[in-house]
Write a protein that binds this ligand. Structure first.
Ligand SMILES: NC(=O)c1ccc[n+]([C@@H]2O[C@H](COP(=O)([O-])OP(=O)(O)OC[C@H]3O[C@@H](n4cnc5c(N)ncnc54)[C@H](O)[C@@H]3O)[C@@H](O)[C@H]2O)c1
Length: 357
């Protein structure tokens, strides 16, 4: 029997609510499966810790996480702590420290959930967005001079390296190759940004030659938003920079019904370090403590985690259970339902226990 060591970092806002739901679902799956168990360690890292001690996680935080097979993460961000402090104090040090350079964000319309796009239903929107997750616009390079003075300047430098771009293109082409349509869209902004983005395009063309069976096209990021809304069926696998994919995947989540159903996996494809699995959404201050956070994004990222661990049958069973529960109409208010987080979670656990495949 395999045992997976999972580091759970629920952190802030609705993070603890959805991570509790996710853990309940994967514990139920482990029991149903019988082939693996989970050894979960909880970490109290986040904004409360920051307010108490001045740091969101301990100095040796990433060192402590190294021994785990995967990290299950909620959300970070508090109304009374600046967002750049929380993001750079917890989530980004883990993503960058563990070189989780491929951020994988599947989006599709689940049965029973309505897209805000008229006439678009399950099967019409089925995408995977691959976000470059280690450099680009979020590399952390920049600074401020003459702080507070009229002549103050601030720079935010986007860093693109040949190594970084090549590896994410290879990952995206390979993923596109594994999907039935074998089709990749490379998002760019090389009309306005003449250096990093032109190199991005050139490397995409170079890497494409390694994948002759994958069709691909190129879109400027602004036009891409229009295509996602007007012609969702024309897209399949998508690769974009750290910033572009960050924005496009929120749009993707909304087009698939709600941010509450959108998952993400921060992957170290070389498996040198643990990968991290989280819902796309943030701490959602407006619904924290109300018990109505949609746990579906967290279930979906838990399925990505199980797949990464090699438990494909359990991952499929979890997604089938989620789809059944959505189809039956047990949903939270963000997707038009009246159920609360616990009711959706219990329904998914029942569906897992009742599944006969
Ligand atoms: N990965 C992360 O940890 C992460 C990601 C995004 C934002 N944040 C942080 O979260 C805080 C709030 O940010 P925001 O309001 O821009 O984004 P958000 O994702 O927290 O919320 C945006 C909207 O979506 C709704 N929503 C989000 N998740 C939902 C769910 N599971 N169920 C139902 N509704 C849901 C919220 O109620 C809100 O109306 C900020 O501090 C921000 O920095 C963290």
């Amino acid at each position: 029997m395999k045992t997976y060591r999972i580091a759970a970092i629920p952190a802030d806002g609705i993070g603890p609510e959805v991570i509790a739901a996710g853990l309940q679902a994967i514990e139920t799956l482990a029991k149903r499966d019988g082939g693996f168990t989970l050894d979960v360690t909880q970490f109290d890292w986040g904004s409360d810790r920051y307010k108490r001690t001045g740091a969101l996680m301990p100095e040796d935080g990433t060192e402590q996480l190294k021994k785990f097979d995967a990290i299950f993460f909620g959300a970070v961000g508090a109304p009374d702590v600046p967002d750049h402090v929380t993001l750079w104090g917890l989530r980004l040090p883990i993503c960058q420290g563990f070189d989780q350079y491929a951020n994988v964000r599947p989006t599709r319309i689940l049965p029973g959930i309505s897209s805000p796009l008229a006439g678009v239903g399950p099967g019409d929107l089925d995408w995977v967005i691959v976000r470059e997750n280690s450099e680009g616009e979020y590399s952390g390079h920049g600074g401020r001079a003459h702080k507070g003075l009229p002549e103050e300047v601030g720079t935010e430098v986007a860093i693109f390296t040949r190594v970084g771009v090549t590896r994410i293109m290879r990952y995206a082409f390979k993923l596109a190759q594994s999907r039935p349509r074998k089709f990749l869209t490379v998002v760019t902004k090389s009309n306005a940004q003449r250096f990093g983005m032109v190199m991005w395009d050139e490397i995409a063309a170079e890497v494409s030659r390694e994948f002759p069976d994958v069709r691909w096209d190129k879109m400027l990021v602004d036009a891409m938003t229009v295509r996602m809304v007007r012609d969702p069926k024309s897209l399949d696998t998508i690769v974009a920079t750290n910033l572009h994919a960050d924005i496009l995947s929120d749009l993707a989540g909304a087009l698939a019904g709600s941010l509450g159903v959108a998952p993400t996996a921060n992957i170290d494809p070389e498996r040198r370090y643990p990968s991290m699995f989280e819902p796309i959404h943030g701490s959602a201050f407006d619904i924290t403590g109300k018990g109505i956070a949609n746990p579906v994004a967290t279930f979906w990222t838990a399925a990505q985690m199980l797949e990464h661990l090699g438990e494909n049958a359990a991952a499929d069973r979890l997604m089938r259970a989620v789809e059944k529960v959505c189809e039956d109409g047990t949903m939270t208010p963000d997707v038009g339902g009246t159920a609360n987080t616990q009711q959706v979670t219990d329904a998914v656990c029942d569906a897992i226990r009742g599944s006969n495949i």
